[in-house]
Design a protein around this ligand. Structure first.
Ligand code: NAD
Ligand code: ZN
Length: 398
């Protein structure tokens, strides 16, 4: 079968690899009908998230048709259409029982390696390095889904893939990030990043009743999409973030701040240049430009919700300010299985429209170009969906 494989920094190739098969009674094999590239994949593409090996199959946002199930899988059967959560969860451990599915204690076989890196055994995910289990990802024609009796979400036969695909990751992620903002009536929420996650967070925050949403980025077409979804926008190339947010909130600061950027944040000035250098030589894993800005901007007693992925140690971070302001923090990988049923209902009722962010529909063969364009935010690239059944196309906007 064909699959997108990681080789090195900025080196992703389409290759012919062996098809997966059932290995455990709780496995399923699915034929992928749609798969997307996530901002998290860019951290692998840029080699700032560790643990990848040459030939690893990428991809954790995918859906498709069930081909085969192991003897213990009773909830889905061949022919069903399913969306698969990016986090792999056993469903039975202490953490899964608390609905902390992305913290599952059983799904990641790389316990020793991840404990060395993080100080505790991490959860598991598809196509996301050997630290999260080394599982083959779904940017491929077929994929093995472990614990298929827990994760996959059955979707109606008639519905378009585009409408439900993002229930695999970014729609529940955006929902969890919005929930962690603990929106109250009259609240202003500032969202850093108008990428796919930030854009879907607007829909979630609106559904939760946020009065005003201010989205911060510098990619103009992404900011335009944010405005179309009902947010106000702030372009970091044109305005000082702190001054502008303070002006917009009567000198108080946003009630909640949401990070939809993560470890590759752009920034300006000496401190940002130092972050970039330290990340490049590996003495600091993350570039915390957005984290610093959020602490400075949030109002006293405000909330900070972090969805952007961070991998390690950061420094020059204003802990004293955060403490003095009494800021509350919530963060983490999404527990997709906690949200997916409710969000599927909302999509079917037309209350959420995640598909509006798709800019490119391509074949798997276009994957290497698509990674490059998405990374460089070129060609109007906001969200790429690949259809493994489709023959090679030019990289064009939909
Ligand atoms: P993306 O790379 O397409 O979008 C990030 C956006 O942030 C870009 O538009 C970029 O221009 C903007 N940005 C960069 N620096 C900025 C700054 N200083 N201020 C304001 N904006 C800035 O990625 P995405 O798919 O939207 O994902 C965003 C983040 O969410 C990534 O870190 C990704 O790994 C993470 N993520 C987390 C989860 C989770 O479960 N927590 C799930 C999915 C994605
Ligand atoms: Zn993702």
């Amino acid at each position: 079968m064909r699959a997108l494989c990681w080789h090195a920094q900025k080196d992703v190739r389409v290759e012919t690899v062996p098809e997966p098969r059932i290995l455990n009674p709780r496995d399923a094999v699915i034929k992928v009908t749609s798969t997307a590239i996530c901002g998290s994949d860019l951290h692998l593409f840029n080699n700032v998230f560790p643990g990848m090996m040459k030939g690893d199959i990428l991809g954790h946002e995918f859906m498709g048709e069930v081909m085969e199930v192991g003897p213990s899988v009773k909830n889905i059967k061949p022919g069903d259409r399913v969306v698969v959560p990016f986090d792999i969860s056993c469903g039975g451990c202490f953490f899964c029982k608390k609905q902390l599915f992305s913290c599952c204690d059983n799904a990641n076989p790389a316990q020793v390696e991840s404990e060395k890196m993080f100080g505790y055994p991490a959860g598991a995910a598809f196509g996301y390095s050997h630290l999260t289990g080394g599982y083959a990802g779904g940017q491929s024609e077929y994929v093995r889904v472990p614990f298929a009796d827990v994760g996959p979400l059955k979707v109606p036969q008639g519905i378009d893939d585009d409408k439900v695909l993002f229930l695999s990751d970014i729609m529940p992620t955006a929902w969890m990030g919005a929930e962690n903002c603990e929106v109250e009536a009259g609240d202003t929420v500032a969202v850093w990043g108008a990428g796919p996650v930030g854009l879907l967070a607007i829909q979630a925050l609106k559904a939760m009743g946020a009065e005003r949403i201010i989205v911060i980025d510098r990619v103009v077409e992404r900011l335009a999409l944010a405005r179309q979804s009902g947010a106000q926008t702030l372009n970091t190339d044109d305005a000082d973030v702190y001054e502008t947010l303070y002006d917009m909130t009567g000198g108080r600061g946003p009630d909640a701040c949401l990070d939809a950027v993560g470890m590759e944040a752009h920034g300006t000035g000496v401190i940002a240049a130092l972050d970039r250098l330290k990340q490049a030589v590996g003495v600091e894993q993350d570039r915390p430009a957005v984290l610093r800005q959020m602490v400075r901007c949030a109002r006293k007693g405000g909330r900070i919700s972090i969805l952007g992925v961070y991998a390690g140690m950061i420094d020059t971070w204003p802990m004293g300010v955060a403490f003095a302001k009494g800021i509350q923090f919530k963060m983490g990988q999404c527990h997709v299985q906690r949200y997916q049923d409710r969000l599927l209902d909302m999509v079917l009722e037309g209350k959420l429209r995640p598909e509006i962010i798709i800019s490119h529909r391509l074949s798997l063969e276009d994957g290497p170009d698509a990674y490059k364009n998405f990374n460089e935010k070129k060609d109007g690239c906001v969200k790429v969906v690949m259809k493994p059944g489709m023959s090679r196309t030019r990289v064009v906007a939909a």
